[in-house]
Design a protein around this ligand. Structure first.
Ligand code: SAM
Length: 333
């Protein structure tokens, strides 16, 4: 039975879960890099059945949208079958996914048939050589095939690029052309100081700088922020374009006040804020023969009440006090 979304102690309603299905990724992106973090053992990764149980619990707690993530979700065996099971079991949940797109093309039609209406595809560059340099793999063409297959299958496509000074800051024109030519949302996201990668302020290409440059290359019209699906992105229509352009600004204009999300890793660790290493282990309760789902729900309720304000943690980082030490590949972005 649908319930009202959970609210935290600051009145924020939580209705969106990012659920990671694996900590394995077939790419080694410079800014994300799971190399630093130890991968979980097979036993510690939640089985698909357990992930479905968590989705059921989350939906009972008021979650309306689940985004499946990783690592790279398609790198886990039988991921497509898992999506189909999830769709059959939770027809009312909005089911989305985020992928690096390298393994996506063969599954586009099945995703559409399973009612996954939109896919986020991470792509930081339109150059094969830069792609290989950033990700450590020569798989640019596979990603482009994945994008084409999704469009062909009628899926909505969002392309997310991490804005990286000295890496893709000469490519704005190319990305704007892509959003002119294809019905896709191209969104640049500010590079965040997460664990596992050597972040420095010099590598941050700020949203203000991107917008100023994009405004010289295209006529952009800001769109109202009432599109719930835009999430934290500020979107712009592009004059004469089939797609749209957007900016996600976790650093320069944080969206903590309206944050509606929580994250669960593939090992069953709950995070209520991307920038906080305060985590809650759900797996022991989930697997305990007596505690089970009731206890998991209790932990989730308690944790959500104390959802932090990430911007405060980021500010502390600038003062040298540290922020999350966990890499994005194990959190799920
Ligand atoms: N493999 C999937 C993918 O590529 O979308 C899902 C996992 S990946 C960790 C999720 C997103 O996090 C990707 O769009 C990636 O670019 C983004 N990301 C990783 N590290 C980041 C960082 N330090 N700052 C901003 N975005 C980051």
């Amino acid at each position: 039975m649908p319930v009202a979304p959970l609210a935290d102690d600051k009145g924020r309603c939580v209705s969106y879960l990012r659920l990671s299905v694996t900590d394995h990724c077939n790419l080694r992106c410079l800014y994300c890099d799971g190399r630093m973090s130890q991968r979980l053992s097979h036993f510690d990764v939640l089985r698909y059945e357990e992930l479905l149980d968590l989705m059921g619990l989350a939906s009972d707690l008021g979650i309306r949208k689940v985004r499946l993530t990783g690592g790279e979700p398609f790198a886990r065996r039988d991921f497509m079958e898992f999506i189909e099971r999830a769709r059959a079991r939770f027809p009312a949940l909005a089911l989305r996914l985020t992928t690096n797109g390298t393994l996506l093309a063969p599954f586009a039609a099945r995703l559409a048939a399973a009612g996954v209406d939109r896919v986020n595809i991470s792509l930081d560059t339109l150059s094969r050589a830069t792609f290989a340099r950033v990700t450590g793999q020569d798989l640019y063409d596979e990603v482009r095939r994945g994008i084409a297959a999704c469009l062909e299958a009628g899926l909505g496509v969002k392309i997310n690029a991490v804005a990286l000074r000295g890496v893709n800051d000469q490519e704005l024109g190319g990305f704007l052309d892509l959003a002119r030519a294809l019905p896709v949302d191209v969104r640049f996201i500010e590079y965040m100081p997460m664990g596992g990668a050597a972040w420095s302020p010099e590598q941050v290409w700020s949203a203000a700088d991107i917008l100023a440059e994009a405004g010289r290359l295209a006529t952009l019209t800001p769109l109202p922020r009432d599109d719930a699906d835009a999430g934290p992105a500020q979107m712009y229509a592009i004059d004469g374009g089939r797609g749209r352009f957007g900016l996600i600004t976790p650093l320069s204009n944080h969206f903590c006040a309206s944050c509606n999300r929580l994250r669960i890793t593939c090992g069953g660790v709950l995070r209520t804020c991307l920038f906080s290493d305060r985590t809650y282990r759900l797996r022991p309760a989930l697997r305990h023969p007596k505690l089970g789902p009731g206890q998991v729900a209790r932990i989730m309720r308690l944790a959500l009440r104390k959802k932090p304000v990430g911007a405060e943690l980021l500010a502390a980082r600038r003062a040298g006090q540290g922020v999350s030490l966990t890499s994005m590949s194990s959190i799920g972005g």
